[in-house]
Design a protein around this ligand. Structure first.
Ligand code: KG4
Ligand code: ZN
Length: 372
């Protein structure tokens, strides 16, 4: 695995000079502020850690999506994303505090996404989060964005307890993860090229759909005719749990180029494409559950909002005897609540960062320490 790049602002002596110290020890009963800014959504939430029912501890969550900003360019422009996080982050923090009926001084800790993601965008949230924590004299926690996604289903009623298998499907990742404990992750399968969400977005774009293409393509697919187009289920004809979705995109491109490019055709191709992705994910999930001897499957990440995927996995679970856990749609895509939760769990177990601001654009989930 390639070593992840680290962007670091060195530890300062300021806290010593000013006599401000991070609170030592676990953050148990105090609310934690969560900040998400890894890509094109600014998310802020406040959560108090309630071990058996984490959702009950969610006191506020607010989100600002940059979709309109990037739509003209057909995709996320990193520099514009960073600048917009700068504009929106602190107003959102104030809004979240107001929603929770709290003052900043009521916070017991601050959690922020430190990676993986766009370096400039990450630095905005990390610098603001670290500075806020320092100013308040409370501990800070750098959260792995995919751990945030993985834990999002815990915000729902009857949360899953490890061990379980997690399917994490977002714009940047397609991972099957064995979760023995919170923080103890083994990657069972990864994508060799495009992530599932990336495949949705690129396929939508090549058929002329506007950014963000994934949800638009999924909407179109709901009207498509089953069987009008059939694409392959990549890498399901051999053992293993890795994914590859870029060939599927090429198959769609060829089908689209050789078609009449009419509305109905686009809708039918969308359906065929979505069915291929959903089937592939389902086949690999079944394999992962068998390989690990687990009967709990957690699904999270932006593609986890896909209706067909949710329906097919839930139906397979009923048939095969495994249980599925999904976050609500708003917690599948990027949000601050999942970051507050991942941070609150680790802060509750006494973990926290040093004073430096560090972000990791690439960061392997397996490198994380166990949460407890
Ligand atoms: O988790 P997320 O919000 O951001 C990342 O961490 O990447 O995931 C965004 C991805 C995008 O690729 C988007 O097209 C995809 O999730 N997505 C969907 C749906 N909603 C979002 N893909 C398929 N069907 C959907 N309903
Ligand atoms: Zn994400």
């Amino acid at each position: 695995m390639r070593r992840a790049a680290k962007y670091t602002v060195p530890d300062s002596e300021l806290s010593k000079q000013h006599g401000v110290k991070n609170a030592a020890g676990p953050v148990i009963d105090k609310p934690v502020l969560g900040i998400e800014s890894s890509c094109d959504e600014t998310g802020v939430a406040i959560l108090r850690w309630v071990p058996d029912a984490p959702g009950e501890g969610l006191l506020a969550h607010v989100l600002y999506s940059q979709i309109k900003l990037h739509a003209n360019y057909g995709g996320v422009v990193p520099e514009l994303a960073s600048r917009d996080h700068v504009r929106k982050l602190l107003p959102l923090v104030r809004e979240a505090l107001a929603q929770a009926g709290l003052k900043a001084s009521d916070l017991g800790g601050v959690a922020y996404t430190a990676g993986p993601g766009l370096v400039g965008a990450l630095l905005v949230g990390a610098a603001a989060g670290r500075a806020l924590a320092w100013g308040l004299g409370v501990p800070a926690l750098a959260v792995h964005h995919m751990e945030g996604h993985l834990l999002a289903p815990l915000l729902e009623a009857d949360p899953p307890k490890p061990p379980f298998v997690a399917l994490l499907v977002s714009g940047g990742h397609s991972l099957l993860v064995e979760v023995k404990k919170i923080g103890q992750y083994r990657i069972l399968g990864d994508t060799l090229d495009d992530a599932a969400g990336e495949a949705f977005d690129k396929t939508a774009k090549l058929m002329g759909l506007p950014y963000p293409g994934g949800p638009a393509l999924a909407k179109l697919a709901e009207q498509g005719t089953h069987g009008a187009f059939r694409f392959s289920r990549p890498m399901t004809d051999r053992p293993g749990l890795d994914f590859s979705f870029s060939g599927l995109k090429t198959q769609v491109l060829l089908a689209w180029q050789h078609s009449d490019q009419g509305e109905q055709t686009r809708t039918d191709i969308a359906r065929g494409f979505e069915e291929a992705i959903v089937d592939t994910l389902l086949i690999k999930c079944r394999r992962a559950l068998t390989a690990t001897g687990t009967d709990k499957l957690v699904i999270a990440g932006g593609v986890g909002a896909n209706r067909r995927l949710r329906a097919e996995l839930a139906a397979a679970g009923e048939k095969d005897g495994f249980r599925t856990y999904f976050p609500r749609l708003a917690f599948c895509t990027d949000n601050g609540a999942m970051i507050a939760l991942a941070g609150a769990i680790r802060l509750a177990h006494g973990q926290h960062q040093g004073e430096s601001v560090q972000v990791r654009p690439r960061w392997n989930l397996e490198e994380l320490p166990p949460a407890a």
